[in-house]
Design a protein around this ligand. Structure first.
Ligand code: FRU
Length: 321
């Protein structure tokens, strides 16, 4: 019963992503042979979780791009933040014989093997946002997290006039964006008297960030700024500070900059700054189409980022050089 329900759900998703569009062009000229219908290609999309708005946006970007091509079908699977489940999903896509896999992995190391196996079995694999180890995949698409972290460090350094006490709430440190956003941030702070007095892994989750910030507030009377590796983390920290009556003297900086989330927080004065982290969903479909057309694709596609502050939020932010 359960598996039938799952397959029925998948079929619904497939239909939503693949139907409803007619090929361009009018009726065939009388006597002309009907063009053969293009073979439908199935893409398996493995999303590590759909608990955060940013991931819902990534799937929406994939779906919107795929819908423009009637010969593409996308089957979406949500691993619900469970690495073992996500490994199984990749294996299921291989057994089902999909034409291509898109994966946004929860963690680097444990997803490396199933991705490599799929790739070696001849299925093209596009890795999105969080990386795997090694080279056994077709293409990686994501923004430069180290560069974003460094830009955040430089921004914080300037905002604090070169000195102050900072809390760093890190993304899952077994995922590459967490590692890179941390390293870049520290590089950006280098040469200043800005001190990171408290750091913790909030695993990308707002409730975890709030809990960690409660500990930081209990331990330190002076905190000038919180750098969180994503906007849900920055917002969780803000909520903890607000509950303690200290949100007015602390600045909050995040990453993601979804219009309805981080950018809205900046406009409301909750966050001082957020850095855009594009989902890469549209680009994944562009690459998939190239693969299907037999065209060469780059091994790595690096997406740009933008900074949003109170002054620039309404006008679309400013690019990170
Ligand atoms: C969502 C998320 C984003 C973050 C990205 C990093 O799961 O935590 O907020 O930018 O993943 O991979």
């Amino acid at each position: 019963m359960k598996s039938m329900a799952v397959w029925a759900g998948m079929a619904a998703v497939v239909m939503a992503a693949g139907c409803g569009k007619k090929p361009e062009g009018g009726a065939a000229a009388p006597g002309a042979a009907a063009a053969p219908a293009a073979a439908v290609k199935t893409i398996g999309m493995s999303q590590c979780n759909l608990g955060e708005p940013w991931r819902v946006q990534m799937n929406a970007d994939v779906k919107a791009a795929a819908e423009k091509h009637p010969d593409l079908k996308v089957v979406f699977k949500d691993a619900q933040n469970d690495t073992l489940k996500q490994r199984a999903h990749v294996e299921e896509f291989v057994s089902a014989g999909v034409d291509l896999i898109v994966i946004s992995p929860k963690e680097a190391q444990p997803l490396t093997e199933p991705v490599a196996k799929a790739f070696r079995a001849g299925i093209p694999v596009i890795v999105l946002d969080r990386a795997v180890l090694g080279e056994d995949y077709t293409c990686f698409i994501g923004a430069d997290n180290r560069k974003i972290g460094r830009a955040a460090g430089e921004w914080v350094k300037q905002a604090l006039g070169g000195k102050g006490k900072v809390v760093e709430l890190k993304g899952l440190m077994t995922s590459t964006p967490g590692q890179d956003r941390h390293q870049g941030f520290r590089e950006g702070l280098a040469g200043s008297a800005v001190e990171v007095v408290f750091e913790a892994d909030m695993k990308w989750l707002e409730p975890e960030a709030r809990k960690e910030m409660e500990s930081a507030l209990a331990r330190f009377d002076a905190i000038d700024l919180v750098y969180a590796h994503n906007d849900p983390g920055a917002h969780g920290a803000y909520l903890a500070a607000k509950a303690a009556g200290r949100e007015g003297v602390i600045r909050f900086v995040g990453i993601d900059a979804l219009p309805q989330e981080g950018v809205a927080y900046v406009a409301q004065g909750i966050l001082a700054a957020t850095f855009e982290y594009p989902t890469g969903g549209r680009e994944a479909i562009e690459v998939a189409l190239k693969v299907f057309a037999g065209q060469p694709v780059e091994k790595k596609i690096v997406l740009g980022s933008r900074l949003f502050t109170k002054d620039t939020a309404a006008s679309g932010g400013t690019p990170i050089p």
